[in-house]
Design a protein around this ligand. Structure first.
Ligand code: CTP
Ligand code: MG
Ligand code: K
Length: 176
């Protein structure tokens, strides 16, 4: 999940400038995505996520970490891109609900990148004919389910932790 977890904090560090929605509003008069989603954050976040994923592939091969699921170029690129696409879809619905940029939306804010990254990864493996990645990396359905449960438990903790650190370092305006 490293290529999925890195892009959002990287976007917070690198973001700014032109918003992805170019400042445009939807029919409800509110911003399509808002000023919290910028091109620099989007592209910078994806690139940094991919770089971390490539380092993961290198370390995996170097230290023979065969007990872990193996990243591939496809999983790395899809996880990093999916994380920030999920984050943008979340912002779209957040704006439609009338919540301002940076407002709290607990479950959605915590799982946007998890759902976005895992859905895009599965789609990317499907369309490239690599769905056997799942059977190659997970011995049993039980191991796959246990991994998903671990992701669902760890993600909000990591999300909360990094946001508190970002807030204490003055990189984020709010600790969520
Ligand atoms: N960011 C960015 N571009 C992105 C995602 C994030 O520039 N595609 C930057 C923005 O500076 C943003 C910060 O990272 O404020 C934190 O990201 P996030 O919490 O996802 O955005 P919010 O400001 O909370 O906006 P929203 O309410 O739309 O989620
Ligand atoms: Mg936020
Ligand atoms: K987010």
């Amino acid at each position: 999940m490293i290529p999925a977890y890195i892009p959002n904090p990287a976007a917070a560090l690198l973001g700014g400038g032109t918003p992805v929605d170019f400042g445009k509003c939807a029919k409800d008069g509110r911003r399509i995505l808002g000023d919290g989603k910028t091109w620099r954050g989007l592209i910078g976040g994806i690139v940094v996520g991919i770089i971390f994923g490539l380092m993961q592939i290198f370390l995996y091969n170097y230290f023979n970490l065969e007990f872990l699921p193996k990243q591939t170029i496809i999983t790395v690129c899809a996880l990093a891109t999916g994380a920030l696409l999920g984050d943008m879809v979340k912002s779209y619905f957040k704006r439609r609900l009338g919540k301002d940029r940076g407002a709290k939306w607990p479950i959605a804010d915590m799982y946007d990148m998890v759902v976005g990254s895992l859905v895009l990864m599965t789609l990317a493996l499907l369309v490239t004919g690599n769905l056997n990645w799942f059977t190659e990396n997970f011995d049993s359905v039980g191991f796959l389910i246990a991994t998903i449960i671990a992701i669902l438990i760890l993600s909000p903790l990591l999300h909360r932790g990094t946001n508190i650190i970002g807030y204490l370092l003055g990189l984020k305006d709010v600790p969520w």
